[in-house]
Design a protein around this ligand. Structure first.
Ligand code: ADP
Length: 173
């Protein structure tokens, strides 16, 4: 029987750490749906269509992987796409604590869905989307940590944001 998995996250933006987990999941499961969470309780840099488009572009060569946005409960999304497995990535002990709590809560709501955590590859163990955003905002390097088109998209966003924010008059007069 074919086993489908979902790999959910914010992906604001997708990093090579995410790409690595998604590719490894696609090598294990028959089908993987990368789920882009539409309304996380975080301040986002990219809109949902932008996050979906970047994830699609980064993983375009993986035939058994598709990208979809989702809203609401993760277990409902799993049921909706017929997935038996939720894939998550583990970096540090702090991830473990959060993932265990979420996995236990999800199991309570949907005992038929299993959570599988893949341990990060060493070269991405320190990488997070929020850290990359900070580095690029400050003009730092991001080679090998996000796809090049993501670096360009982030630079454009931050340039547009600084242009859009006028200097208040009380500062200049
Ligand atoms: P972030 O924690 O970077 O904001 P998301 O909410 O998009 O990311 O995370 C989606 C999943 O990807 C989570 O399970 C998270 O632990 C995992 N993940 C994020 N970055 C990495 C990485 N560098 N290596 C492995 N897994 C990661």
């Amino acid at each position: 029987m074919a086993t489908s998995a979902i790999y959910p996250g914010t992906f604001d933006p997708i990093t090579m750490g995410h790409v690595d987990i998604a590719r490894r999941a696609a090598a294990i499961f028959d089908h993987v749906t990368l789920g882009v969470y539409d309304t996380p309780a975080k301040t986002l840099v990219f809109s949902t269509p932008e996050r979906v488009a970047m994830a699609k572009r980064a993983l375009a060569d993986v035939p058994n992987l598709e990208v979809q946005e989702f809203n609401g409960l993760l277990v409902e999304f799993a049921r909706q796409v017929g997935a038996k497995v939720i894939v998550r990535g583990l970096r540090a002990v702090s991830d473990f604590e959060i993932e265990t709590q979420m996995a236990l809560m999800n199991r309570k709501m949907a005992p038929e869905v299993e959570v599988v955590c893949l341990v990060t590859s060493l070269q991405y163990s320190f990488l997070s989307a929020s850290l990359i955003k900070e580095i690029i905002k400050l003009g730092g390097p991001s080679e090998g940590l996000v796809p090049d088109f993501v670096t360009d998209a982030l630079r454009q966003k931050f340039a547009a944001q600084s242009e859009a924010a006028p200097v208040p008059r009380w500062l200049t007069s």
